[in-house]
Design a protein around this ligand. Sequence first.
Ligand code: DIG
Ligand code: MN
Ligand code: MN
Length: 389
Amino acid sequence: MTNKNYTSRPEDRFTFGLWTIGNRGRDPFGAEVREKLTPVQIVEILAEVGAYGVNFHDNDLVPIDATTSERDKIVSEFRAALEAHNVRVPMATVSLFSDPVFRDGAFTANDPAVRAYALQKTCAAMDLGKEFDAEMFVLWGGREGTETDACRNPADAVKRFRDALNYLVEYSISQKYDYKFALEAKPNEPRGDIYFPTTGSYLALIETLDHKELVGVNPEVAHETMAGLNFTHAVAQAWEAGKLFHIDLNDQMPGRYDQDFRFGSANPKQAFFLVKFLEDVGYAGMRHFDAHAYRTSDYEDVKDFARGCMRTYLILKEKAQRWNADKEIQGIIREIHEAGDGVPQVAKFSKHHKAQLDAYEFNRHELAQKSLPYERLDQLTMDILFGVR
Ligand code: DIG
Ligand code: MN
Ligand code: MN
């Protein structure tokens, strides 16, 4: 059923972090421009714009120095707001990057006390997430990195990070939390270089973990783009490996700081191919917008930022359906994928197959002439995106 006015519905599974709507516009060169919102106020805004869920770092919800009674009050007021507005908490995470104690990293820090404190804090964040039935735990290693590689052997950082992950997964199992963990990569900022800079780096690490089946990735548009990579290719490899556990949607111009722009606002064509991929493969996870409004926005404009993230996703979802139904496009797709008669298909090795392969006369000159009308195909795609087809 088409969603003609492109408004969010629960089945769209759109979520935002407390820190996204609550972003106050501070940047390295300027103070906050928007007043602080409480978690309850943020839930009210998310309900108003039609989001399915809200996520949080431990300290987005409970300040790091809150007393037990302050914590209990915050938690009960937040829970009441969630119930009143029917907003879910699908994902929780932990801030291992804001407090100065993590200035040298958390799980990879040189001081064993900092590494141990990071474990303690993360376990407490997992406990807090479970109080709201979060099923996914995201880990972004924001300060796991260096400005100078004189500070540690990078292989030690890999070992320390793996040990921490194995510990946290064991903790989840021992508590019967049933968490799935999603690792989020970023190449740099706030550290000069961050370990595990891309989604691919984490896909490789996951294979070395004790319980690799419980660990996947949380790719972010801005972060792979900062690394100069095609985001949809990273997502496709994660999906194909069964490791696309979560996704951070936003946008980004290449070669700049982490802009966390409104989804689709910088590169709508790339956003189209991403939405098409997610919808074509039936990705069933959350569509999490890890983005924030411009520093120039007031909170009414912040609401339009949030609406715009979801609206753009839904518009591109409809464009993908048009693309899939377009007869000329599908004709070209069939044409460019068809094989000639009798050509031995690439399959698993067998002596029989190898004999067939050797017996086949390939005419490479003829193959080199085959029509590949990608200009026509891409222009038809652009026509759909421009709304003239
Ligand atoms: C930044 O892109 C990171 C942190 O905001 C958070 O830990 C994670 C959750 O989506 N994204
Ligand atoms: Mn980001
Ligand atoms: Mn993110």
